[in-house]
Design a protein around this ligand. Structure first.
Ligand SMILES: Cc1cc2nc3c(=O)[nH]c(=O)nc-3n(C[C@H](O)[C@H](O)[C@H](O)COP(=O)(O)OP(=O)(O)OC[C@H]3O[C@@H](n4cnc5c(N)ncnc54)[C@H](O)[C@@H]3O)c2cc1C
Length: 445
């Protein structure tokens, strides 16, 4: 079996001819142009859905509107790059179904379009007797979610999958992989543009207005999508605004809850001379009390090894460093009772996490449980991403994907993707199908 495992670990699906991504157009907004659908947000959820809709309905006029000067600048371009298999998620949840479906759709898509990826697999490793009992439940959950190829691995077999890794028991997931999700997003957008879609960058949406002449009637372009650069006219709107999804939803009369609270995930990186220590994804058994905590080892497409991410409260929605502070974001967080309740419940683990962020050798201690021969001298600080964590007023983290519609005749023409946390990159093609079905059902194009 070990032989087949190693073959699987080393299976690299990369294109012999480098993939060239046509850069997204920088078309500016033209208020005289009218659209059938405007998608706000040029991350992977917005781009995948815009592509799916245009593939289904080539006659539609669709635009993606993004506030940054490039696509995939936030969560989509700052993540672990893992193609998740769908083991952890509550059976029957949207996350569980769309992750398993999304993984299959993604691998098919990568193969069809020669997008480089590696099926490096993943080990979830138990270190304590208590984790050993929980890993069995996790394995059962993975089977219920119909994750392909899962195997339970005994202590003495772990090194056959990852030479230097130690643990008491493990789950091996051969279908887990890695890819650059930013590249995948840009590929979706380039296909979308080839089909006639328009990508409008540097255009931050500030509001929506119902056009007077169409109020209550069937005007061709009932909605103006507003920005400092002018207005775009459209019949329908989809927002996929990640870290700002709650703000966009409120603009069409939706409830403020769930709110987005930004949690930064910082990575360490193995030094070049230690990259040989890890060739597959190595994850801890998640603690059900703090499911978002627990750093992992992740190989990257360029051969680097990232260690992380941790989870610390960010002082700005797009706060990639401790020094990134946005006063408006901080005031909003300070006024949000849900965040106070969460902080009160998790004060100790929260402080520990902040301590490890500042003194990173402390974080290395957690990692040494898996690969004992690494030391703090073998790592350096790496990049960071910010998670858009949806939270209710009681401070409970909203786990599943959430979609919402606005209120009234304007809001009734808008669908919001309000919560698309990990594994939404993996699930993006399945989310795109789900939203497209909803757009077709709710609206008349
Ligand atoms: C640290 C980290 C690690 C992760 N690891 C993984 C992983 O390994 N595998 C996985 O499957 N998932 C992972 N995820 C989750 C995944 O990255 C996200 O779920 C996914 O990228 C969400 O995509 P999105 O399009 O919803 O959001 P985003 O990528 O954040 O895109 C939203 C876009 O909307 C734009 N926008 C916002 N407001 C406006 C406005 N007013 N006007 C115009 N544009 C606007 C933003 O600029 C942004 O480009 C991770 C996330 C993080 C943060």
């Amino acid at each position: 079996m070990a032989g087949s495992v190693m073959r699987c670990l080393n299976k690299i699906h990369s294109n012999p001819i480098p993939v060239i991504f046509r850069s997204a157009s920088t078309s500016s907004a033209d208020s005289s142009e009218t659209f059938d659908l405007v998608v706000v947000g040029g991350g992977i959820v917005g781009c995948a859905t815009a592509r799916e809709m245009l593939e289904r309905h080539p006659q539609l006029k669709i635009a993606i509107v993004e506030k940054e000067n490039k696509l995939a600048m936030h969560q989509t371009g700052h993540n672990s790059g893992v193609v998740h298999a769908g083991i952890y998620y509550t059976p029957g949840s949207m996350k569980a179904k769309m992750c398993v479906e999304g993984l299959k759709l993604s691998y098919d898509y990568f193969g069809k379009h020669n997008i480089p990826y590696k099926k490096v697999g993943k080990l979830i490793v138990a270190q304590t007797p208590e984790q050993v009992s929980r890993i069995k439940d996790l394995y059962e959950r993975g089977l219920k979610n119909e994750v392909p190829g899962l195997e339970m691995i005994e202590k003495n077999e772990i090194s056959k999958f990852e030479d230097k890794c130690k643990g008491e028991k493990a789950i091996w997931s051969p279908s887990t992989g890695i890819v650059d999700w930013g590249e995948v997003c840009r590929f979706f957008a380039s296909e979308f543009e080839k089909m006639g879609g328009k990508v409008i960058l540097n255009n931050e949406v500030t509001g929506f207005r119902e056009n007077n002449e169409s109020k209550g009637g069937q005007g061709l372009s009932p909605i103006s999508v507003l920005s400092k650069k002018g207005a775009l006219q459209t019949k329908y709107v989809l927002t996929c605004a990640g870290l700002h999804s709650d703000r966009l939803a409120v603009m069409t009369g939706c409830d403020l809850s769930p709110r987005i609270v930004p949690f930064r995930g910082e990575y360490l990186q193995l030094n070049d001379n230690k990259k040989h220590l890890c060739s597959t994804n190595i994850y801890p058994v998640p603690d059900p009390r703090f499911p978002f905590l627990g750093v992992h080892f992740t190989p990257r497409m360029n051969g680097d090894i990232w260690l992380g991410p941790n989870a610390v409260l960010a002082l700005a929605r797009e706060g990639y460093r401790w020094t990134d502070v946005n006063v408006k974001d901080c005031i909003e967080m300070a006024k949000f009772p849900g965040l106070w309740k969460l902080c009160f419940r998790f004060i100790l683990p929260g402080l520990k996490e902040a301590g490890k962020s500042i003194f990173y050798p402390l974080a290395v201690k957690d990692l040494q449980k898996f690969i004992p021969e690494m030391t703090y001298k073998d790592v350096k600080r790496g990049p960071a991403g910010v998670r858009a964590q949806a939270m209710d007023n009681d401070g409970k983290l909203v786990d599943d994907f959430v979609f919402d519609s606005g209120v009234g005749s304007l809001g009734g023409r808008v669908i919001h993707c309000r919560n698309a946390p990990s594994p939404a990159a993996t699930s993006s093609m399945a989310i795109a199908k789900y939203i497209s079905n909803k757009l077709e059902k709710d609206f008349t194009f």
